[in-house]
Design a protein around this ligand. Structure first.
Ligand code: ADP
Ligand code: MG
Length: 395
């Protein structure tokens, strides 16, 4: 993997830099409700500004489908971004943008209007690429979370302007490379979450890459069913048991050890601390019970397996962690992984919307080596797919 970073960018005096960032933040009543993505822009934007460049932020917001509107305008993000950067940020509309850019002082930072106000953005249309490119001299892609899309601002621009990875992109790519590209072995992957069907490609890819595949969450039920276990009322994709068997076969051939839970936490109803809560062997699940978490004995064994590993990638919670006590396995395994990381014996990389929420809930997110906040892009990377936005930087 080789790409240019801001270290290679040279003298920026008099230069205008187009920086693709992810400003697609959640908002409630006009207020940014989670500024994680804004904070991820700080390193790159302030560094470029400090180096005297005119900094133009390119980003999309929502799905306006080529139709300009107040609702999807990025104007409202100039102020919150300025707050996070600790310096002024102006806003530039697609009308009169050339003159507005020309009037910027060196070091100034401006947010351009939503790239998706052009229908051609998502089509990677050469005319739109040219339109964006005409505003700047250099392209910096700092939005890993949008890199699985070949759009004008995420991929096309890298072909027409000198292209560099921003600091957030650089950190993400280095972490992912360490986790699955050229990892220290043995490597473990934890894959959990609700359904096998959403992560089939992830599972297929991982069995060829990792030494230990730990399957938890609802998807473990489908694998247990494939092995002849009666999973009662559990969430289970019975139509995918053949696929699950195939994955287990492939793992066997590739020398990948698959860990399925042998004890589980079950209940008759899906509620917090239900009266029917109990822990049992996977072969003792009753017809009217649901598996909602991995059991304590299995979690302990999984922790021991992690202790033999040097690298961990994690996507998907081990149980229905939003409802107590079905967060227990996720929290316990996360704490073990965090402790091993702190000791220096494990490189741990995790990603996925619910996974990040679960690790925050466990209070260990800061102790992991790297947490990816990219949803779709992280999963596509776990599937072994080439991300167009990254490939364009690697040329
Ligand atoms: P991510 O967003 O990190 O990729 P997913 O969306 O695949 O993760 O899965 C998260 C969801 O899986 C959570 O809402 C969790 O409650 C659910 N889940 C985990 N284990 C079970 C289970 N045994 N039964 C039902 N749902 C489960
Ligand atoms: Mg999810």
């Amino acid at each position: 993997m080789s790409f240019k970073t801001l270290d290679d960018i040279g003298d920026l005096t008099g230069k205008t830099v187009l920086v693709r960032e992810d400003l697609n933040v959640p908002m409630q009543d006009g207020v940014v409700s989670d500024d994680t993505r804004l904070r991820a822009t700080v390193a790159t934007l302030n560094e470029l500004s400090d180096k005297g460049a005119k900094v133009l932020v390119l980003a999309h917001f929502g799905r306006p489908k080529g139709q300009p509107s107040e609702e999807f305008s990025l104007k409202k993000l100039a102020e919150p971004l300025s707050h996070v950067l600790g310096r002024p940020v102006s806003y530039i509309d697609w009308e009169g943008d050339k003159a507005a850019v020309a009037a910027l002082a060196p070091g100034a930072i401006a947010v351009l209007e939503n790239t998706r106000f052009f229908g051609g953005e998502e089509k990677n249309d050469p005319a739109v690429i040219e339109r964006f490119a005409s505003l700047g001299d250099i392209y910096v892609n700092d939005a890993f979370s949008a890199a699985h899309r070949a759009h004008a601002s995420t991929e096309g621009l890298a072909h027409v302007l000198p292209a560099y990875a921003g600091r957030a992109m650089e950190a993400e790519l280095k972490a992912l490379q360490k986790a699955l590209g050229e990892p220290e072995r043995p490597v473990a992957a934890v894959v959990g979450g609700a359904k096998v069907s959403t992560k089939l490609d992830v599972l297929k890819h991982l069995v060829t890459k990792v030494d230990h595949l730990i399957i938890g969450g609802g998807m473990a039920n489908t694998f247990l069913a494939a092995r002849g276990v009666n999973v009662g009322k559990s969430l289970c994709e019975h139509d995918l048991t053949n696929t699950a068997e195939q994955i287990l076969d492939n793992a066997d051939k590739a020398g990948c050890t698959v860990h399925l839970p042998y004890d589980v936490v079950v209940s008759k109803e899906f509620a917090a601390n239900p009266a029917s809560l109990r822990t049992c062997n996977v072969h003792e699940v009753a017809e009217d019970e649901m598996i909602l978490d991995v059991g304590p004995a299995a979690v302990e064994a999984l922790g021991d397996a992690l202790k033999t590993c040097r690298t961990l990638v994690w996507n998907g919670p081990m149980g229905a962690f939003e409802t107590e006590p079905f967060d227990a396995a996720t929290v316990a395994l996360a704490k073990t992984a965090a402790a091993l990381t702190k000791e220096g014996s494990l490189v741990s990389v995790a990603g996925g919307g619910d996974t990040v929420a679960a690790l925050n809930h466990a209070g260990v997110a800061a102790d992991f080596s790297y947490i990816s906040t990219a949803g779709g892009a992280f999963l596509e990377w776990m599937e072994g797919k080439e991300l167009p936005g990254v490939a364009a930087l690697e040329r």
